[in-house]
Design a protein around this ligand. Structure first.
Ligand code: P1T
Length: 389
């Protein structure tokens, strides 16, 4: 049986899927996909371990145990998408009139969700450059409820000091949420650094194969866990048992994949940094990155996401992107195959131009999700596309 003091590589394979994980299990090594939506009772007033699959499902039960373990958290919850996790969390935590402080660079869909809540529930949001913790503190109001961070951010890969911000937040009784999608729990554990709640788009590295949309929340606080779990059922924002199975399977190779994503990303970042048609490269694993040292301090790696600005503007970016042959021009990230996209026109098109400018998302910005293919094949493809610009 895997224990919490086993290494990440061991926990990501075993936790939740121990053969004895369910009462009455037959010793199966892989958690079965429990498709049944409902569970028979012996007595009218009493149900067994499971009642109805929205409130609890054995395959999801196995996965949620693993989620908790990977982030060194007491509790894990699975959702039908990253945004379903985020919406359930906001629904649970935020009341009309509350104030949220967020990193000025966040996934566009997260900002779109914030903007919806802002209008509907009259909440206020301050987006600040969280690379400077003092700006976070300066943004606090008496009604500030939570801080929402990504580190590194999507898509400009800014890194913030999670421990320092958590310390400030807790002095003011404010909760810290970290979206840990970009580094995955293999490279970074925000709860260990002091954050209260971690959210993930499982769709990305954790599932890892571009075939599951999923989300997760991990946390230590029992009372808050019970409230979120209540709303996971009340809102019905749950993943399917088949998707849970795919995530349990994908997680078994997370550490192997992340190591290769990272070594390929570093090679590509270094190649781009020396390219005459590139203005600047954003990758926390480059010594030129402004928070290179901070990322080393708080994380075990830099991840597989690289962004860069091509010389010129939108025209050159589009020409470059449409000339690639091996990279797939598509939104999303974290799968084994390399993807590339134009944030201003694709993943971050749902937010206003002003918000994009504040976050530093220029029309020349290109975001790369470096896959686990052969790095020379990837670099050759980039080179032939640059030659066409
Ligand atoms: O797509 P979904 O599983 O709902 O997750 C939303 C989400 C949340 N947080 C981060 C940091 C994300 O990057 C995402 C989704 N991002 C993309 C689809 C993208 O291409 O950036």
């Amino acid at each position: 049986m895997a224990k919490q003091n086993h290494s990440f590589n061991t926990r990501s394979i075993h936790v939740g899927e121990e053969p004895e994980y369910l009462e009455g299990s037959k010793g199966e090594v892989v958690a079965p996909i429990y498709l049944s939506t409902t569970y028979a009772r012996q007595e009218v007033k009493k149900h067994g371990q499971f009642e109805y699959s929205r409130s609890g499902n054995p395959t999801r039960f196995a996965l949620e145990k693993r989620y908790a373990s990977l982030e060194h958290a007491n509790y894990g919850l699975g959702f039908g998408s990253g945004l379903a996790a985020e919406a359930t969390l906001l629904f649970t935590l935020i009341n009309p009139g509350d104030h949220i402080v967020g990193f000025d660079d966040l996934y566009g869909g997260t900002k779109r969700l914030f903007n919806q809540w802002k209008e509907k529930y009259k909440i206020t949001i301050s987006l600040v450059d969280a690379t400077q913790p003092k700006l976070i503190e300066a943004a606090f109001q008496s009604d500030t409820k939570l801080i929402w961070l990504e580190s590194p951010t999507n898509p400009t890969l800014k890194v913030c000091d999670i421990a320092a911000i958590s310390e400030i937040a807790h002095r003011h009784n404010v909760l810290v949420v970290v979206d840990n999608t970009f580094l995955s729990p293999y490279f970074q554990n925000p709860i260990v650094l002091g954050a209260d709640i971690v959210v993930h788009s499982i769709t990305k590295y954790i599932a890892g194969h571009s075939d599951v949309i999923g989300g997760a929340i991990m946390l230590n606080d029992k009372e808050l866990y019970e409230k979120i779990k209540f709303n996971q059922n009340a809102l019905g924002s749950v993943p399917s048992p088949f998707d849970c199975y795919l995530v349990l399977r994908g997680l078994k190779t997370l550490s192997l994949r992340m190591d290769r994503h990272q070594s390929n990303a570093l090679a590509i970042a270094q190649y781009l940094e020396n390219h005459p048609k590139v203005d600047c490269v954003y990758y926390p694993g480059l010594q030129s990155h402004p928070q290179y040292a901070l990322n080393i301090k708080q994380a075990k790696g830099f991840g597989g996401m690289v962004s860069f600005e091509i010389k010129g503007g939108e025209k050159e970016a589009v020409q470059f992107l449409e000339s690639l042959e091996l990279f797939t021009l598509a939104e999303s990230l974290g799968g084994v195959e390399s993807l590339i996209e134009h944030p201003a026109l694709m993943t971050h098109a749902s937010i206003t131009k002003k918000e994009r400018e504040q976050a530093g998302i220029k029309d020349s910005l290109i975001r790369v999700s470096v896959g686990v293919e052969d790095k020379d094949d990837l670099i050759n493809d980039l080179e032939q596309a640059f030659n066409k610009v």
